[in-house]
Design a protein. Structure first.
Length: 211
């Protein structure tokens, strides 16, 4: 009887080991991160059961440590997925970009950039006013500007920008934009929608002037 129970226990432990190994194999077949993480969590749980049954302390410690890490990474991926979904369903609100920017002062008379300069930053006016002399336009608080040049083929400014008074500005550099796009899909999607929205606004404004 004891020998029979030993065989059954051995079979149970061995089958658990095969199941855990199969789950690990499946993780390499996943093309998206959330299903991959869920399979990784399942494999951790099954490996823990296998290690307990087989008395494999190193395997037990490894997967006991990996389990909470995989749960955390899954939670982070779900948050990113939800953010992307909100960006997809919502409008390109400039306020969503502000948390990614840093503050700087623009003293009266400072030239933020000149026409034909290489574009390196996007600006947002929190307080004050900025003149675009080539077109005789003044930008006030709540205005985002300088973003279109970052996406031009030649990467150059099409006009200058000069602070008419002391300004409180928010700025994000091209390097930060690239970094955020690489690490945060929601940011990249939002920025794409913002640029398209701004292009549409510019076209509508030009059409109104013509008509």
């Amino acid at each position: 009887m004891n020998q029979y129970l030993g065989i059954v226990l051995l079979d149970w432990v061995e089958l658990t080991g095969y199941a855990a190994s199969f789950l690990v194999f499946l993780t390499f077949c996943m093309k998206t991160l959330i299903p991959l993480r869920l399979l990784a969590i399942a494999s951790n749980v099954v490996f823990i059961l296998y290690a307990l049954g087989a008395g494999l302390v190193p395997v037990l410690l490894l997967h006991a440590a990996l389990l909470p890490l995989n749960i955390l990474r899954t939670y982070e991926q779900i948050k990113i997925h939800r953010r992307v979904q909100r960006v997809t369903d919502g409008s390109a609100d400039v306020d969503s970009l502000i948390p990614f920017m840093h503050a700087r002062l623009g003293p009266a008379g400072e030239v933020l950039f000149r026409k034909n300069d290489i574009a390196k930053d996007i600006f947002y006016i929190s307080k004050g006013s900025v003149e675009i002399p080539e077109i005789g336009k003044t930008l006030g608080p709540g205005t985002l500007f300088g973003e279109m040049a970052l996406f031009n083929d030649d990467h150059t400014r099409t006009a200058s920008a000069i602070c008419l008074e002391n300004c409180d500005l928010m700025v994000i550099s091209e390097a930060d934009i690239i970094r955020h796009c690489t690490t945060d899909p929601a940011f990249g999607l939002f920025l794409a929608k913002l640029v398209v929205s701004r292009m549409t606004e510019n076209q509508q404004e030009q059409t109104r002037k013509i008509t």
